[in-house]
Design a protein around this ligand. Sequence first.
Ligand SMILES: Cc1ncc(COP(=O)(O)O)c(C=O)c1O
Length: 470
Amino acid sequence: MKTPIIDSLKILQRKNEISFHTPGHKGKDTLIEWTKYIPNIDTTELPGMDNLHNATGIIKESQQLAAKTFGALETIYSVNGTTGGIYIALAAITNPGDKILIQRDSHKSMYNASILNRLDIEYIYANYNEAHHMYTGVNPKSIELKLKEDPDIKVVAITYPNYYGICSDIKKIAEIVHNYDKILLVDEAHGSHFVFSDKLPLSSLEVHADITIQSTHKTLPSFTQTSMIHVGTHRVNIEKLKTMSSLYQTTSPSYLFMASLEAARAYMEGEGKGRLDRNIDIISYLTDTLQRIYGAYVFTGAEDDNTIYDKDITKILFGIKGITGTNLSRMLMEDYNIYLEMADFNYALALASLMNEKSDFEMLIKAVENIAKHGPNKSSSSINLHMPMSRIVLPVYEAFYSNKKAVALKESIGRVSSSFIIPYPPGIPLICPGEEITEELVDYITFSLSKGIDIIGLIGDNKEKIEIIE
Ligand SMILES: Cc1ncc(COP(=O)(O)O)c(C=O)c1O
Protein backbone atom coordinates (compact mmCIF):
# COMPACT_ATOMS: atom_id res chain seq x y z
CA MET A 1 0.00 0.00 0.00
CA LYS A 2 1.64 3.19 -1.16
CA THR A 3 0.88 6.42 0.72
CA PRO A 4 3.54 8.94 -0.32
CA ILE A 5 1.74 12.03 0.96
CA ILE A 6 0.86 10.54 4.33
CA ASP A 7 4.39 9.15 4.76
CA SER A 8 5.95 12.53 4.08
CA LEU A 9 3.57 14.35 6.38
CA LYS A 10 4.45 11.92 9.19
CA ILE A 11 8.15 12.57 8.66
CA LEU A 12 7.49 16.30 8.67
CA GLN A 13 5.56 16.03 11.91
CA ARG A 14 8.42 14.17 13.61
CA LYS A 15 10.80 16.96 12.65
CA ASN A 16 8.83 19.35 14.85
CA GLU A 17 10.28 22.28 12.93
CA ILE A 18 10.28 25.89 13.98
CA SER A 19 7.78 27.44 11.61
CA PHE A 20 8.28 30.87 10.13
CA HIS A 21 5.95 30.11 7.23
CA THR A 22 2.24 29.76 6.59
CA PRO A 23 -0.17 28.60 7.97
CA GLY A 24 -0.48 31.10 10.80
CA HIS A 25 -1.56 28.49 13.40
CA LYS A 26 2.00 27.09 13.41
CA GLY A 27 0.70 23.62 14.17
CA LYS A 28 -1.09 24.65 17.36
CA ASP A 29 -4.66 24.39 18.58
CA THR A 30 -6.38 27.55 19.67
CA LEU A 31 -10.06 27.48 20.63
CA ILE A 32 -10.70 23.88 19.77
CA GLU A 33 -8.68 20.70 20.26
CA TRP A 34 -9.04 19.51 16.68
CA THR A 35 -7.74 15.97 17.14
CA LYS A 36 -10.57 15.28 19.59
CA TYR A 37 -13.24 16.08 16.99
CA ILE A 38 -11.77 15.06 13.65
CA PRO A 39 -13.01 13.21 11.60
CA ASN A 40 -16.47 13.29 13.27
CA ILE A 41 -17.12 16.98 12.66
CA ASP A 42 -16.23 16.70 9.00
CA THR A 43 -19.87 16.74 8.07
CA THR A 44 -22.27 17.99 5.41
CA GLU A 45 -25.43 20.14 5.19
CA LEU A 46 -27.42 18.15 7.74
CA PRO A 47 -30.52 19.72 9.31
CA GLY A 48 -29.45 22.64 11.48
CA MET A 49 -26.01 22.89 9.84
CA ASP A 50 -26.99 25.64 7.36
CA ASN A 51 -25.57 25.97 3.83
CA LEU A 52 -22.78 28.29 2.69
CA HIS A 53 -24.64 28.75 -0.60
CA ASN A 54 -27.76 30.04 1.08
CA ALA A 55 -26.68 30.96 4.57
CA THR A 56 -29.62 31.59 6.87
CA GLY A 57 -28.55 29.90 10.11
CA ILE A 58 -25.26 29.15 11.87
CA ILE A 59 -23.06 30.01 8.86
CA LYS A 60 -24.87 33.31 8.40
CA GLU A 61 -24.39 34.12 12.09
CA SER A 62 -20.72 33.12 11.98
CA GLN A 63 -20.09 35.31 8.91
CA GLN A 64 -21.91 38.23 10.57
CA LEU A 65 -19.70 37.90 13.65
CA ALA A 66 -16.64 37.94 11.39
CA ALA A 67 -17.92 41.05 9.57
CA LYS A 68 -18.26 42.86 12.90
CA THR A 69 -14.79 41.89 14.09
CA PHE A 70 -13.01 42.79 10.83
CA GLY A 71 -14.99 46.00 10.29
CA ALA A 72 -16.98 44.91 7.23
CA LEU A 73 -20.60 45.37 6.21
CA GLU A 74 -20.77 41.75 5.19
CA THR A 75 -18.35 38.80 5.10
CA ILE A 76 -18.40 35.62 3.04
CA TYR A 77 -16.19 32.63 3.85
CA SER A 78 -13.98 31.25 1.08
CA VAL A 79 -12.93 27.61 1.30
CA ASN A 80 -10.70 28.07 -1.73
CA GLY A 81 -8.36 30.63 -0.25
CA THR A 82 -7.88 34.17 -1.44
CA THR A 83 -7.39 32.73 -4.92
CA GLY A 84 -11.07 31.75 -4.99
CA GLY A 85 -11.95 34.93 -3.12
CA ILE A 86 -10.42 37.09 -5.83
CA TYR A 87 -12.29 35.19 -8.58
CA ILE A 88 -15.53 35.76 -6.71
CA ALA A 89 -14.89 39.39 -5.79
CA LEU A 90 -13.82 40.47 -9.28
CA ALA A 91 -16.76 38.65 -10.86
CA ALA A 92 -19.08 40.48 -8.46
CA ILE A 93 -17.83 43.99 -9.22
CA THR A 94 -17.37 43.71 -13.00
CA ASN A 95 -19.05 42.42 -16.13
CA PRO A 96 -17.21 40.59 -18.93
CA GLY A 97 -15.42 43.10 -21.16
CA ASP A 98 -14.87 45.65 -18.36
CA LYS A 99 -11.51 47.29 -17.89
CA ILE A 100 -9.64 47.06 -14.59
CA LEU A 101 -6.42 48.60 -13.32
CA ILE A 102 -4.15 46.13 -11.52
CA GLN A 103 -0.65 46.14 -10.12
CA ARG A 104 1.78 44.49 -12.53
CA ASP A 105 3.15 42.57 -9.52
CA SER A 106 -0.28 41.15 -8.64
CA HIS A 107 -0.59 37.55 -7.55
CA LYS A 108 -1.41 35.08 -10.32
CA SER A 109 -4.98 34.73 -9.03
CA MET A 110 -5.70 38.31 -10.19
CA TYR A 111 -4.65 37.38 -13.73
CA ASN A 112 -6.58 34.11 -13.60
CA ALA A 113 -9.66 35.99 -12.43
CA SER A 114 -9.24 38.34 -15.39
CA ILE A 115 -9.14 35.36 -17.74
CA LEU A 116 -12.20 33.74 -16.18
CA ASN A 117 -14.18 36.99 -16.17
CA ARG A 118 -12.86 38.15 -19.57
CA LEU A 119 -11.54 41.45 -18.23
CA ASP A 120 -9.25 43.88 -20.03
CA ILE A 121 -6.35 44.83 -17.82
CA GLU A 122 -4.23 47.94 -17.52
CA TYR A 123 -1.10 48.04 -15.37
CA ILE A 124 0.30 50.24 -12.68
CA TYR A 125 3.81 49.44 -11.53
CA ALA A 126 5.04 49.16 -7.95
CA ASN A 127 8.27 51.00 -7.36
CA TYR A 128 11.45 48.95 -7.65
CA ASN A 129 13.82 50.15 -4.95
CA GLU A 130 17.27 49.86 -6.50
CA ALA A 131 19.10 50.37 -3.20
CA HIS A 132 17.23 47.58 -1.43
CA HIS A 133 16.66 45.33 -4.46
CA MET A 134 12.94 44.83 -4.01
CA TYR A 135 9.53 45.93 -5.19
CA THR A 136 8.04 48.36 -2.70
CA GLY A 137 4.77 50.37 -2.89
CA VAL A 138 2.57 51.97 -5.49
CA ASN A 139 2.57 55.74 -5.83
CA PRO A 140 -1.07 56.92 -5.42
CA LYS A 141 -0.38 59.64 -8.03
CA SER A 142 0.29 56.99 -10.68
CA ILE A 143 -3.20 55.61 -10.02
CA GLU A 144 -4.72 59.06 -10.33
CA LEU A 145 -2.93 59.62 -13.62
CA LYS A 146 -4.30 56.36 -15.04
CA LEU A 147 -7.83 57.12 -13.90
CA LYS A 148 -7.62 60.59 -15.42
CA GLU A 149 -6.30 59.18 -18.71
CA ASP A 150 -8.75 56.33 -19.01
CA PRO A 151 -12.33 56.87 -17.82
CA ASP A 152 -13.24 53.31 -18.91
CA ILE A 153 -11.39 51.81 -15.95
CA LYS A 154 -14.01 50.46 -13.57
CA VAL A 155 -12.02 48.83 -10.78
CA VAL A 156 -8.64 49.43 -9.16
CA ALA A 157 -7.06 46.32 -7.58
CA ILE A 158 -4.25 46.79 -5.08
CA THR A 159 -2.06 44.26 -3.27
CA TYR A 160 -1.78 45.42 0.33
CA PRO A 161 0.57 44.57 1.94
CA ASN A 162 2.92 42.95 -0.55
CA TYR A 163 4.63 39.63 0.20
CA TYR A 164 7.39 41.48 2.07
CA GLY A 165 4.92 43.32 4.28
CA ILE A 166 5.32 46.65 2.49
CA CYS A 167 2.21 48.83 2.52
CA SER A 168 1.35 51.54 0.00
CA ASP A 169 -0.62 54.58 1.16
CA ILE A 170 -3.97 52.78 1.04
CA LYS A 171 -5.89 55.67 2.59
CA LYS A 172 -4.80 58.04 -0.16
CA ILE A 173 -5.43 55.39 -2.80
CA ALA A 174 -8.98 54.81 -1.51
CA GLU A 175 -9.65 58.58 -1.61
CA ILE A 176 -8.43 58.84 -5.20
CA VAL A 177 -10.34 55.79 -6.41
CA HIS A 178 -13.54 57.03 -4.79
CA ASN A 179 -13.05 60.60 -6.10
CA TYR A 180 -13.16 59.06 -9.56
CA ASP A 181 -16.18 57.01 -8.53
CA LYS A 182 -14.44 53.68 -9.14
CA ILE A 183 -14.37 50.51 -7.04
CA LEU A 184 -11.35 49.60 -4.91
CA LEU A 185 -10.55 45.90 -4.48
CA VAL A 186 -7.79 45.07 -2.03
CA ASP A 187 -5.90 41.78 -2.09
CA GLU A 188 -5.07 41.74 1.61
CA ALA A 189 -4.00 38.08 1.53
CA HIS A 190 -1.14 38.88 3.91
CA GLY A 191 -2.93 41.29 6.24
CA SER A 192 -5.78 39.55 8.12
CA HIS A 193 -4.03 40.29 11.42
CA PHE A 194 -3.82 44.08 10.89
CA VAL A 195 -7.10 44.91 12.55
CA PHE A 196 -6.02 43.28 15.82
CA SER A 197 -3.16 45.61 16.78
CA ASP A 198 -2.46 49.34 16.76
CA LYS A 199 1.19 48.47 16.18
CA LEU A 200 0.38 47.10 12.73
CA PRO A 201 -0.56 48.93 9.51
CA LEU A 202 -4.18 49.96 8.93
CA SER A 203 -6.53 47.37 7.54
CA SER A 204 -7.90 48.50 4.16
CA LEU A 205 -11.40 48.09 5.60
CA GLU A 206 -10.58 50.94 8.00
CA VAL A 207 -10.10 53.28 5.04
CA HIS A 208 -13.26 52.11 3.25
CA ALA A 209 -11.91 49.79 0.59
CA ASP A 210 -14.98 48.46 -1.23
CA ILE A 211 -14.01 44.81 -1.16
CA THR A 212 -11.12 43.17 0.68
CA ILE A 213 -9.99 39.56 0.49
CA GLN A 214 -7.84 38.12 3.26
CA SER A 215 -6.04 34.77 3.58
CA THR A 216 -6.94 34.16 7.20
CA HIS A 217 -4.78 31.03 7.03
CA LYS A 218 -1.60 32.95 6.30
CA THR A 219 -1.33 35.14 9.39
CA LEU A 220 -4.08 34.01 11.78
CA PRO A 221 -4.72 30.56 13.27
CA SER A 222 -7.00 28.96 10.67
CA PHE A 223 -6.50 26.04 8.29
CA THR A 224 -4.79 26.35 4.92
CA GLN A 225 -7.27 27.25 2.18
CA THR A 226 -9.47 29.39 4.46
CA SER A 227 -10.03 33.03 3.56
CA MET A 228 -12.62 35.76 4.00
CA ILE A 229 -14.19 38.11 1.47
CA HIS A 230 -15.17 41.33 3.24
CA VAL A 231 -17.51 43.93 1.80
CA GLY A 232 -16.55 47.41 2.95
CA THR A 233 -19.08 49.70 1.25
CA HIS A 234 -22.45 49.82 -0.48
CA ARG A 235 -20.72 50.08 -3.88
CA VAL A 236 -20.63 46.28 -3.90
CA ASN A 237 -23.80 44.46 -4.88
CA ILE A 238 -24.07 41.83 -2.15
CA GLU A 239 -26.58 39.66 -3.97
CA LYS A 240 -24.28 39.46 -7.00
CA LEU A 241 -21.37 38.65 -4.69
CA LYS A 242 -23.34 35.76 -3.17
CA THR A 243 -24.23 34.48 -6.64
CA MET A 244 -20.56 34.57 -7.65
CA SER A 245 -19.55 32.86 -4.40
CA SER A 246 -21.94 30.04 -5.32
CA LEU A 247 -20.61 29.92 -8.86
CA TYR A 248 -16.99 29.50 -7.83
CA GLN A 249 -17.14 27.54 -4.56
CA THR A 250 -17.62 23.81 -4.16
CA THR A 251 -21.13 22.63 -3.32
CA SER A 252 -19.51 20.67 -0.47
CA PRO A 253 -17.69 23.34 1.53
CA SER A 254 -15.73 21.86 4.41
CA TYR A 255 -17.20 22.43 7.86
CA LEU A 256 -13.70 22.00 9.26
CA PHE A 257 -12.60 24.96 7.17
CA MET A 258 -15.58 27.11 8.13
CA ALA A 259 -15.19 26.16 11.81
CA SER A 260 -11.51 27.02 11.65
CA LEU A 261 -12.32 30.48 10.25
CA GLU A 262 -14.74 30.95 13.12
CA ALA A 263 -12.18 29.69 15.65
CA ALA A 264 -9.55 32.12 14.36
CA ARG A 265 -11.92 35.09 14.63
CA ALA A 266 -13.17 34.12 18.09
CA TYR A 267 -9.65 33.43 19.37
CA MET A 268 -8.51 36.86 18.18
CA GLU A 269 -11.33 38.53 20.08
CA GLY A 270 -9.89 37.06 23.29
CA GLU A 271 -6.48 35.60 24.08
CA GLY A 272 -5.16 35.98 20.52
CA LYS A 273 -5.03 39.76 20.56
CA GLY A 274 -2.76 39.81 23.62
CA ARG A 275 -0.54 37.12 22.10
CA LEU A 276 -0.22 39.15 18.91
CA ASP A 277 0.80 42.30 20.81
CA ARG A 278 3.31 40.32 22.87
CA ASN A 279 4.86 38.80 19.74
CA ILE A 280 5.07 42.19 18.02
CA ASP A 281 7.16 43.42 20.96
CA ILE A 282 9.37 40.34 20.74
CA ILE A 283 9.79 40.84 16.97
CA SER A 284 10.74 44.45 17.58
CA TYR A 285 13.46 43.25 19.97
CA LEU A 286 14.51 40.54 17.48
CA THR A 287 14.79 43.11 14.69
CA ASP A 288 17.05 45.34 16.82
CA THR A 289 19.17 42.37 17.85
CA LEU A 290 19.60 41.04 14.31
CA GLN A 291 20.61 44.50 13.12
CA ARG A 292 23.39 44.57 15.72
CA ILE A 293 24.86 41.24 14.58
CA TYR A 294 27.97 41.89 12.49
CA GLY A 295 27.20 41.16 8.82
CA ALA A 296 23.44 40.76 9.31
CA TYR A 297 20.77 43.16 8.06
CA VAL A 298 16.99 43.54 8.37
CA PHE A 299 14.78 45.55 6.04
CA THR A 300 12.53 47.80 8.11
CA GLY A 301 11.76 50.48 5.54
CA ALA A 302 13.50 53.10 3.44
CA GLU A 303 13.15 56.79 4.24
CA ASP A 304 13.95 57.90 0.70
CA ASP A 305 11.19 55.70 -0.77
CA ASN A 306 7.89 57.57 -0.56
CA THR A 307 5.92 54.59 -1.90
CA ILE A 308 6.45 52.81 1.44
CA TYR A 309 3.77 54.14 3.74
CA ASP A 310 4.08 51.41 6.37
CA LYS A 311 5.72 48.05 6.97
CA ASP A 312 4.29 44.98 8.70
CA ILE A 313 6.88 44.05 11.33
CA THR A 314 5.71 40.41 11.50
CA LYS A 315 7.28 39.75 8.11
CA ILE A 316 10.95 39.67 9.01
CA LEU A 317 13.01 40.35 5.92
CA PHE A 318 16.65 39.76 6.65
CA GLY A 319 19.97 38.59 5.31
CA ILE A 320 23.66 38.12 5.97
CA LYS A 321 26.21 39.85 3.77
CA GLY A 322 27.96 37.51 1.37
CA ILE A 323 25.31 34.75 1.68
CA THR A 324 22.36 34.62 -0.67
CA GLY A 325 18.90 34.63 0.92
CA THR A 326 18.29 31.20 -0.61
CA ASN A 327 21.46 29.74 0.95
CA LEU A 328 20.71 31.34 4.28
CA SER A 329 17.23 29.81 4.25
CA ARG A 330 18.69 26.38 3.41
CA MET A 331 21.27 26.64 6.22
CA LEU A 332 18.57 27.60 8.72
CA MET A 333 16.51 24.60 7.64
CA GLU A 334 19.28 22.00 7.49
CA ASP A 335 21.32 23.06 10.51
CA TYR A 336 18.77 24.68 12.82
CA ASN A 337 15.39 23.13 11.90
CA ILE A 338 14.06 26.64 11.17
CA TYR A 339 11.77 26.78 8.12
CA LEU A 340 11.18 30.14 6.44
CA GLU A 341 8.37 31.33 4.18
CA MET A 342 10.51 32.40 1.26
CA ALA A 343 13.95 33.44 0.15
CA ASP A 344 15.32 35.15 -2.93
CA PHE A 345 18.80 36.08 -3.94
CA ASN A 346 18.90 39.12 -1.68
CA TYR A 347 16.67 38.32 1.31
CA ALA A 348 15.22 35.59 3.48
CA LEU A 349 11.67 36.07 4.77
CA ALA A 350 10.52 34.77 8.17
CA LEU A 351 6.78 34.97 8.47
CA ALA A 352 5.99 35.21 12.16
CA SER A 353 2.53 35.01 13.67
CA LEU A 354 0.97 35.35 17.08
CA MET A 355 1.29 31.57 17.43
CA ASN A 356 5.11 31.57 17.43
CA GLU A 357 6.70 30.97 20.81
CA LYS A 358 9.31 33.27 22.36
CA SER A 359 11.77 30.37 22.01
CA ASP A 360 11.27 30.36 18.20
CA PHE A 361 12.52 33.94 18.01
CA GLU A 362 15.41 33.20 20.37
CA MET A 363 16.42 30.24 18.17
CA LEU A 364 16.32 32.45 15.09
CA ILE A 365 18.60 35.03 16.72
CA LYS A 366 21.06 32.34 17.84
CA ALA A 367 21.11 30.73 14.40
CA VAL A 368 21.74 34.03 12.60
CA GLU A 369 24.47 34.91 15.10
CA ASN A 370 26.17 31.58 14.43
CA ILE A 371 25.86 31.72 10.66
CA ALA A 372 27.06 35.34 10.54
CA LYS A 373 30.06 34.47 12.72
CA HIS A 374 31.19 31.84 10.24
CA GLY A 375 29.86 33.45 7.08
CA PRO A 376 31.82 35.40 4.48
CA ASN A 377 30.39 38.82 5.49
CA LYS A 378 32.48 40.59 2.90
CA SER A 379 31.12 41.14 -0.54
CA SER A 380 27.51 42.09 -1.04
CA SER A 381 25.38 39.26 -2.40
CA SER A 382 22.76 41.50 -4.03
CA ILE A 383 21.47 41.18 -7.56
CA ASN A 384 19.08 43.41 -9.39
CA LEU A 385 15.66 41.76 -9.79
CA HIS A 386 13.97 44.70 -11.50
CA MET A 387 11.76 43.18 -14.18
CA PRO A 388 11.48 44.83 -17.59
CA MET A 389 8.24 46.69 -18.40
CA SER A 390 5.57 44.83 -20.32
CA ARG A 391 3.53 45.70 -23.41
CA ILE A 392 0.05 44.25 -23.72
CA VAL A 393 -0.73 43.26 -27.31
CA LEU A 394 -3.84 41.13 -26.76
CA PRO A 395 -6.29 40.81 -23.84
CA VAL A 396 -5.06 38.17 -21.39
CA TYR A 397 -8.14 35.94 -21.89
CA GLU A 398 -7.85 36.01 -25.68
CA ALA A 399 -4.18 35.07 -25.60
CA PHE A 400 -4.83 32.37 -23.01
CA TYR A 401 -7.36 30.58 -25.22
CA SER A 402 -5.44 31.01 -28.54
CA ASN A 403 -3.67 28.22 -30.42
CA LYS A 404 -0.13 28.02 -29.17
CA LYS A 405 3.21 26.51 -30.05
CA ALA A 406 6.51 26.13 -28.21
CA VAL A 407 9.59 27.81 -29.65
CA ALA A 408 13.16 28.36 -28.48
CA LEU A 409 13.52 31.42 -26.25
CA LYS A 410 15.65 33.31 -28.78
CA GLU A 411 13.07 32.69 -31.52
CA SER A 412 10.27 34.06 -29.38
CA ILE A 413 11.53 37.66 -29.47
CA GLY A 414 8.90 39.91 -31.02
CA ARG A 415 6.13 37.30 -30.64
CA VAL A 416 3.18 37.26 -28.23
CA SER A 417 3.25 34.98 -25.18
CA SER A 418 0.38 32.59 -24.60
CA SER A 419 1.45 31.55 -21.12
CA PHE A 420 2.57 32.86 -17.76
CA ILE A 421 6.29 32.92 -17.07
CA ILE A 422 6.81 33.25 -13.34
CA PRO A 423 10.14 33.29 -11.50
CA TYR A 424 9.95 31.76 -7.98
CA PRO A 425 10.70 33.66 -5.88
CA PRO A 426 9.20 36.21 -5.91
CA GLY A 427 6.25 34.58 -7.73
CA ILE A 428 5.35 37.69 -9.73
CA PRO A 429 4.55 37.01 -13.41
CA LEU A 430 7.41 38.16 -15.59
CA ILE A 431 5.39 37.60 -18.75
CA CYS A 432 1.62 37.17 -19.05
CA PRO A 433 -0.47 35.78 -21.90
CA GLY A 434 -1.00 38.54 -24.46
CA GLU A 435 2.28 40.36 -23.74
CA GLU A 436 5.07 40.90 -26.26
CA ILE A 437 8.25 38.91 -25.63
CA THR A 438 11.16 41.31 -25.91
CA GLU A 439 14.90 40.74 -26.05
CA GLU A 440 15.17 42.34 -22.61
CA LEU A 441 12.71 39.78 -21.18
CA VAL A 442 14.56 36.86 -22.74
CA ASP A 443 17.83 38.21 -21.28
CA TYR A 444 16.15 38.49 -17.88
CA ILE A 445 15.00 34.86 -18.10
CA THR A 446 18.49 33.67 -19.09
CA PHE A 447 20.07 35.69 -16.29
CA SER A 448 17.58 34.38 -13.68
CA LEU A 449 18.12 30.75 -14.76
CA SER A 450 21.89 31.26 -14.52
CA LYS A 451 21.41 32.43 -10.91
CA GLY A 452 19.46 29.27 -10.05
CA ILE A 453 16.07 31.00 -9.86
CA ASP A 454 13.28 28.55 -10.71
CA ILE A 455 11.03 29.74 -13.53
CA ILE A 456 7.58 28.25 -13.97
CA GLY A 457 5.97 28.26 -17.41
CA LEU A 458 9.01 27.49 -19.56
CA ILE A 459 9.07 24.24 -21.51
CA GLY A 460 11.77 21.65 -22.19
CA ASP A 461 14.25 19.72 -20.02
CA ASN A 462 16.48 22.78 -19.75
CA LYS A 463 13.62 25.27 -19.77
CA GLU A 464 14.78 26.44 -23.17
CA LYS A 465 11.35 26.96 -24.77
CA ILE A 466 8.38 29.23 -24.36
CA GLU A 467 4.80 29.01 -25.66
CA ILE A 468 3.74 31.70 -28.09
CA ILE A 469 0.56 32.42 -30.03
CA GLU A 470 0.64 30.73 -33.44
C1 LIG B 1 -0.64 38.60 -2.68
C2 LIG B 1 -1.35 37.28 -2.73
N1 LIG B 1 -2.64 37.24 -3.14
C3 LIG B 1 -3.33 36.10 -3.20
C4 LIG B 1 -2.75 34.90 -2.84
C5 LIG B 1 -3.57 33.65 -2.90
O1 LIG B 1 -3.92 33.29 -1.59
P1 LIG B 1 -4.43 31.85 -1.17
O2 LIG B 1 -3.23 31.01 -0.93
O3 LIG B 1 -5.20 32.10 0.09
O4 LIG B 1 -5.29 31.32 -2.25
C6 LIG B 1 -1.41 34.87 -2.41
C7 LIG B 1 -0.78 33.60 -2.05
O5 LIG B 1 0.36 33.49 -1.72
C8 LIG B 1 -0.69 36.09 -2.37
O6 LIG B 1 0.59 36.12 -1.98
